[in-house]
Write a protein that binds this ligand. Structure first.
Ligand SMILES: [Zn+2]
Length: 216
């Protein structure tokens, strides 16, 4: 299986990538991990990326594309993989297509975990996390509420709304997501690779739907 997962924040993309790795032995390819490894191993691309990351800036497409290219040019290039977080933009998708062509690798599918913006806001907005010093457990008022309102089951500290989970923050990330991703999704639709799967189903149902979409 060779696939790309695309989904808005809160779509459960990370959870699905983990399941595919654990149950189907796919290699997870995410730019964050690769970037950290490249810096640790002091590769040429790692040396370029390190100061940019240190300054808290966004790593440019060219460097991200080079990092991914290193993975696929490797003699031990992964035979089965799930990409999570790459390609993130249309420009990255074009570069990725060229790389796969050069390496004679074909993607089986690009799976879009589809969820409406308002639903993302509702889901993330119902997240409450423990403010306790060594805890940080998160609850969801809709899906997994604490036993006592506003109190952590594990340590008894009050639950808080993290800044990342506030509606204005979530809306801003969604605007950024659409600006980056809508054209990428359309690109893969035109190439016949796109599979749309509802992100609203239970985790196991989504997992089964991904498998069905990849091997119909
Ligand atoms: Zn706690």
């Amino acid at each position: 299986m060779r696939l790309v997962l695309v989904g808005a924040p809160g779509s459960g993309k990370g959870t699905q990538a983990e399941l595919l790795v654990r149950r189907h032995g796919l290699k997870a390819i995410g730019t964050g991990d690769i970037l950290r490894a490249a810096i640790r191993d002091n590769t040429p691309v790692g040396r370029q990326a390190e100061p940019i990351l240190r300054q808290g800036r966004l790593v440019p497409d060219r460097i991200v594309n080079d990092l991914i290219a290193e993975v696929f040019r490797d003699p031990d290039q992964p035979a089965a993989f799930v990409l999570d977080g790459y390609p993130r933009t249309y420009a990255q998708a074009i570069a990725f297509d060229a790389l796969l062509n050069l390496q004679f690798i074909k993607l089986d599918a690009v799976v879009h975990l589809a969820v409406k913006d308002d639903e993302v806001v509702r889901r993330i907005g119902s997240r409450r996390c423990c403010g306790g010093p060594n805890c940080g457990v998160c609850y969801n008022l809709l899906a997994r509420p604490p036993k006592t309102d506003g109190i952590c089951d594990r340590c008894g500290h009050p639950l808080i709304i993290r800044d990342d989970d506030r509606e204005e923050t979530v809306r801003r990330r969604l605007v950024e997501f659409h600006a980056n991703t809508d054209q990428l999704i359309e690109h893969y639709r035109l190439r016949g690779l796109l599979r749309e799967i509802s992100a609203l189903d239970p985790v196991e149902t989504i997992h089964a739907n991904i498998l069905k979409a990849v091997n119909p």
